[in-house]
Design a protein around this ligand. Structure first.
Ligand code: HEC
Length: 147
């Protein structure tokens, strides 16, 4: 009798643990998936060319359209960095400015204003995004995980 109750308690404990782990997994996966969708243009983004009042069409705002096809008409055949951990975390400089790396908040600042962590402005080809904190964090989670 006692053994059966112990076994039952073990089973309940195991089930609760598994459910708990699944819940944690789902919570961590959600921002990554949202970041993936935003990056590839499967979730809506809003942005404009610096200095322009009008919003750019959502179809051209997906990051991958420019960043995974580094020399295309969309980017005026400019060299656009393929984004991932290497570009965000290894010190680099823009147009001879000081070295910088990104953190979650400076990454959001760049997306919204075009200003990098060393206070140097990116070219106008990089859109300025009207992006909320959650979407920004989701993109950051996805990109930090990319090689
Ligand atoms: C229309 C093309 C285009 C789109 C769409 C675009 N980018 Fe860019 N992005 C650029 C270009 C061009 C640069 C390089 C600007 C420069 O170095 O002056 C750039 C630069 C950047 C940088 C700076 C990298 C560095 O060298 O410091 C980051 C970060 C970035 N983009 C993130 C994004 C994200 C995230 C998205 C989607 C939400 C996105 N971009 C969408 C064109 C684009």
């Amino acid at each position: 009798m006692r053994r059966r109750r112990t076994a039952l308690l073990w089973a309940i404990g195991l089930a609760a643990g598994t459910l708990g782990l699944a819940a944690v997994g789902a919570t961590q996966a959600a921002p990554w998936l949202k970041g993936y969708a935003l990056y590839h243009g499967h979730a809506p983004l809003s942005g404009r060319i610096a200095g322009h009042g009008e919003a750019m069409p959502a179809a051209v705002l997906g990051c991958a359209g420019c960043h995974d096809a580094p020399r295309t008409e969309a980017t005026g055949n400019r060299k656009v960095p393929v984004l991932g951990r290497a570009v965000l975390s290894v010190p680099r400089s823009r147009r001879g400015g000081p070295d910088y790396v990104y953190a979650a908040d400076s990454f959001c600042t760049l997306l919204r204003t075009g200003i990098d962590p060393a206070q140097v402005m990116t070219s106008r080809t990089m859109p300025r995004f009207a992006i909320d904190d959650a979407d920004c964090a989701a993109l950051w989670t996805f990109l930090k995980d990319r090689g």
